[in-house]
Design a protein around this ligand. Structure first.
Ligand SMILES: *[C@@H]1O[C@H](CO)[C@@H](O)[C@H](O)[C@H]1NC(C)=O
Ligand SMILES: *[C@@H]1O[C@H](CO)[C@@H](O)[C@H](O)[C@H]1NC(C)=O
Length: 214
């Protein structure tokens, strides 16, 4: 569609250039109608307004093209580098939450399925695991909410090491805010402990983190 419009413009510009070669602003053409009768057909075109009309047409075409192309280009860039253009240098960070309440089996990793932010693609919504993209100091937070009249036990894990606990009872939340020195490719996640328990969704349970410094 855009290409066709550009081709149309090119042909109009060619006509305009031809028209500029004429002495007057009007152009005419003579065509012999019959071999023996030299009767000319004279066609007059008022070309005085051509420039103005062309200017408007070009402006509109460029504007329409930009409006169509810019979102497509932006999407392609986001797909390619995983960030919005101009935010490439931003530090790794993620925020995720739980959409629906869920029954957790013994030792099940909590998969926070709704991803709100994932700069550098550091969090997996399939496994619930955050992988440190580089060695550094990280801030990690989680909030888990327990079901009505029930307990909920969750721990923060770093690779094979069980760390601090987030605990809830009867619609209360357990919250952790920790600073961790992580090596590149260290894995951090929230894992349920004990027997089957319910974690409340509706985005009341969250998991997030970001690189503080290298
Ligand atoms: C062009 O032709 C039109 C129609 O014949 C006429 O009214 C106009 O004055 C002409 N313009 C010029 C610049 O010759
Ligand atoms: C749960 O909390 C509600 C609201 O505070 C309270 O009314 C209820 O008695 C509690 N239930 C249990 C089993 O602790």
């Amino acid at each position: 569609m855009v290409l066709r419009r550009i081709l149309f413009l090119l042909s109009v510009i060619t006509i305009m250039k031809y028209g500029k070669g004429q002495k007057s602003d009007n152009s005419s053409t003579e065509i012999p109608l019959l071999d023996n009768l030299n009767m000319p057909l004279v066609a007059l075109f008022d070309t005085t307004k051509l420039n103005e009309v062309l200017k408007i047409a070009i402006q509109k075409t460029v504007e329409d093209t930009m409006n169509e192309m810019v979102p497509q280009i932006k999407q392609a860039v986001i797909k390619d580098i995983g960030n919005e253009p101009g935010r490439k240098r931003e530090r790794p960070a993620f925020t995720a939450s739980l959409t629906s309440s869920k029954s957790l089996a013994s030792n099940e990793v909590v998969v926070f399925d709704k991803v709100w932010l994932n700069i550098g693609g550091v969090y997996s919504q399939d496994t619930g695991v955050f992988t440190a993209p580089k060695t550094g100091l990280y801030s990690i937070s989680t909030t888990v909410m327990s079901y009505y009249a029930k307990y909920l036990h969750c721990f923060l894990w770093k690779n094979n090491e069980r760390m601090v606990q987030a605990f809830g009872n009867n619609l209360s939340t357990g919250t952790l805010n920790v600073v961790m020195a992580l090596k590149m490719n260290d894995k951090v996640f929230v894992k349920h402990a004990g027997g089957t328990e319910i974690i409340v969704g509706e985005h009341r349970s969250t998991f997030s983190g970001y690189l503080i410094s290298k």
